[in-house]
Design a protein around this ligand. Sequence first.
Ligand SMILES: Cc1cc2nc3c(=O)[nH]c(=O)nc-3n(C[C@H](O)[C@H](O)[C@H](O)COP(=O)(O)O)c2cc1C
Length: 212
Amino acid sequence: MANTSTMEHSFTAVVNERHAVKHYDPNHRISRADLMEILEMAGKAPSSWNLQHWKFLVIEDPGKKQALLPIANNQKQVVDASVVVAVLGDLEAHRHAEPLYSGAVKAGAISEELKNTLVGQIQGVYKSSPQVGRDEAIRNASLAAMQLMLAAKAKGYDTCPMGGYNPAKLVEEFHIPSRYLPIMLVTIGKALKPAYSSPRFKVEEITVWNGF
Ligand SMILES: Cc1cc2nc3c(=O)[nH]c(=O)nc-3n(C[C@H](O)[C@H](O)[C@H](O)COP(=O)(O)O)c2cc1C
């Protein structure tokens, strides 16, 4: 495996080389600077109305990773990886609308009228059904999770997205407020063993043109 810690990969290489890695060097420590850069890049993901429906709960303390192990069905990558990021979706992201768009008015990017229209639209949609907040949290935080994995790969790290954990126990152990919904865990670290090979359907099989 190439040492990619300082190498900037091309986007194509990043996409082709990202795999769900399950075996990590348990002695590797990720620098805070690298981790912050990766999280910052993840936060540049697009989101509905730019509400940025995500929160990253970083689990790096060895004792906390041990506590996560049974919650994650004893999948050992959660203790061996340098950190685990619990990607959380914000069920109340509409609360970001007012400060976000007021900032845009102050910066001269949009008018006060447009701000009021947008904020009213967002509040209306969120009030229309409790399902909206949940759907939006899952949709948008998942985009951030994907971007997190690609950013980590671009910085020379490996990742594994994980849905195999008990969300209720995660909430309890890490005191996650009810505003946030666990979306997935993402391990980040240095691979000891490459990922299992994972086939993909042919592009023709996953594509439909102009309707079914
Ligand atoms: C939402 C989601 C949940 C997943 N959960 C787990 C998991 O709990 N444990 C695990 O080892 N891999 C998990 N994976 C990894 C997948 O098995 C893997 O992404 C898939 O087989 C494709 O392989 P690749 O990522 O190496 O291309 C998960 C992936 C996704 C997207």
